[in-house]
Ligand binder design. Structure first.
Ligand code: ADP
Ligand code: ASP
Ligand code: MG
Length: 488
């Protein structure tokens, strides 16, 4: 992500300074293949940002004039009253003397409605994309954010705040050409930095950018989080605040487990696992970007009174800070439980047991853009061949079966069985690296509730368990309680 550092005003030189992101960028490169972004990590003059907490004098300087990106999700801008409330949050930070850029989502339910309209249209002859014409899909679904950016700009103007709406292409937020699920390729921060210089609050439409074909692109569902973090990285913001309908990241989805506790802090790595394994509070890509570019990201509530005590606290605003692992003083063994519904299990029976078979199956599935997750291979009953079982999202089953049908002859397997309506429940915690027995505790607790385990995968900091869908809530609550995460 390029940042035009020459455009940075000189007065920012005295602000908190962060250290070079090379160590963490390296870790990411290994795990997530983000070499390109890692190479661009925190460009700019050395010594611009600093790990918190900072010394008193710098703290005052930072607090007196900082640069903040504020993102408001769909429920936060669901109607005109809420947009007005959002404007009050923005005004609070502007009045405190900060430079503010805002990113907004579409009104809650709007994107679903727009997607529904696209799906209600007849497909072009011969088209087989689930998105229909992905370029038109983007032109349609990006419109929700255009509306809210304009409405919020008007609300701010009515409060005497100098504000203007901007669409992705105007910044520009350049993406790759994967319409419908584009990735941000580049943002030149100088456009927004110029707006700061003019004393203007830029209200940017989230979720959208401009593709190399010069057309609007969208970043995949939940993509406004990624717009916000990417913009924060491009303008070297001191903070990126993600305002939503919960007051932070919880030990599990509070809608499923009311005993879930809000976390004061969570490490980038744990948040990345939580998001990838189903916690939709942040889009996965936004966490990757925050980690690579060291964006200090807070998840906080837009429903709290904008003028409540502490809401304007610069260093410790109410909410959850996503941060480096070493900023977390009391690290628990297990930090959270995530779940993903609507997983399907596909099993290939009596697969020929010879080198190249896995490549012959999973290569074509990858080429068809099918997201294969858990893979389990075991010896068949006859001992001469293997059984191969893997999971895909429910929505990809038909496509996967079609691909498997094509490779059946060359790979060599007997039957294909599939089972929809599974769920994946995951236990996440950095402390697992140094603690044995975490998995055994989960298995025992699920067995006591008679929940059958279909497949298991583990990594250094997570255990994922595939179970039958109807047991999801019970499994989440059971695991939440067995690891002592319940609110006391
Ligand atoms: P927005 O519209 O603001 O982007 P989202 O609906 O995308 O909000 O994300 C917020 C929702 O994420 C919450 O309402 C909550 O139900 C859900 N969620 C899932 N897991 C968690 C978690 N671990 N902590 C907090 N919220 C979670
Ligand atoms: N409005 C888009 C969606 O609903 C993007 C977002 O809300 O982040 O997916
Ligand atoms: Mg969201």
């Amino acid at each position: 992500m390029a940042v035009n550092v020459k455009a940075l005003p000189a007065r920012r030189r005295g602000r908190p300074v962060r250290q070079d992101g090379r160590r963490q960028a390296h870790a990411l490169r290994n795990r997530h293949g983000l070499a390109k972004e890692a190479a661009h990590s925190r460009p700019g003059p050395p010594g611009r940002f600093q790990s918190f907490p900072v010394s008193g004098s710098i703290q005052r300087q930072a607090a007196s004039m900082a640069r903040i990106v504020m993102k408001f999700g769909g429920t936060s801008v669901a109607d005109l009253d809420r947009i007005h409330n959002v404007a009050r949050h923005v005004k609070r930070e502007v009045d405190a003397g900060h430079e503010v850029a805002v990113v907004v989502s579409a009104m809650s339910g709007k994107t679903n409605e727009l997607v529904g309209w696209v799906q209600g249209m007849p497909k072009a002859t011969g088209a087989n994309s689930p998105f229909f014409d992905a370029r038109e899909y983007d032109a349609i679904v990006a419109s929700g954010e255009q509306v809210t950016s304009g409405l919020l700009a008007i609300a701010l103007q009515s409060m005497g705040v100098n504000a203007r709406s901007w669409q992705g292409w105007q910044i520009p937020i350049k993406t790759d050409g994967a319409h419908g699920a584009a990735r941000i390729a580049d943002i030149d921060g100088s456009f927004l930095i110029k707006r700061f210089g003019e004393g203007q609050v830029a209200v940017v439409a989230g979720f959208q950018g401009i593709a190399p074909d010069n057309r609007i692109s969208t970043l995949g569902r939940g993509g406004s989080d990624t717009s916000a973090v990417a913009i924060a990285a491009a303008v070297k913001a001191d903070r990126c605040d993600i305002y939503t309908d919960v007051d932070g990241v919880y030990t599990t989805d509070p809608r499923i487990e009311p005993k879930a506790r809000r976390l004061d802090r969570i490490s980038f790595e744990e948040m990345l696992e939580m998001a990838s394994l189903g916690s939709k509070v942040l889009q996965v890509r936004s966490v990757e970007l925050a980690m690579v570019h060291k964006v200090r990201t807070f998840v906080r509530s837009s429903f709290t009174d904008p003028d409540a005590p502490g809401m304007g606290d610069f260093l410790n605003p109410p909410g959850t800070l996503i941060c480096e692992e070493d900023e977390i003083v009391e690290q628990q063994v297990v930090t959270g439980i995530a779940y993903a519904k609507e997983e399907a299990q596909i099993s290939l029976r009596r697969v020929a047991d010879r080198p190249g078979v896995a490549g012959g199956i999973f290569g074509p599935l990858a080429e068809a853009n099918i997201n294969v997750d858990m893979i389990v291979q075991n010896i068949s009953e006859d001992g001469k061949s293997t059984d191969m079982t893997f999971t895909v999202p429910n929505g990809d089953v038909a496509k996967a079966l079609a691909v498997l049908d094509k490779v059946r002859e060359t790979v060599g397997f007997d039957a294909v069985q599939h089972d929809d309506g599974m769920s994946k429940v995951s236990v996440i915690g950095i402390g697992m690296r140094s603690h044995a027995g975490v998995a055994a505790t989960a298995f025992k607790a699920l067995a006591e509730k008679s929940i059958n385990i279909r497949a298991i995968t583990t990594s250094e900091i997570k255990i994922s368990i595939l179970i039958d869908g109807p047991y999801t809530e019970l499994a989440v609550r059971t695991l939440h309680s067995v690891y002592g995460l319940d609110k006391h």
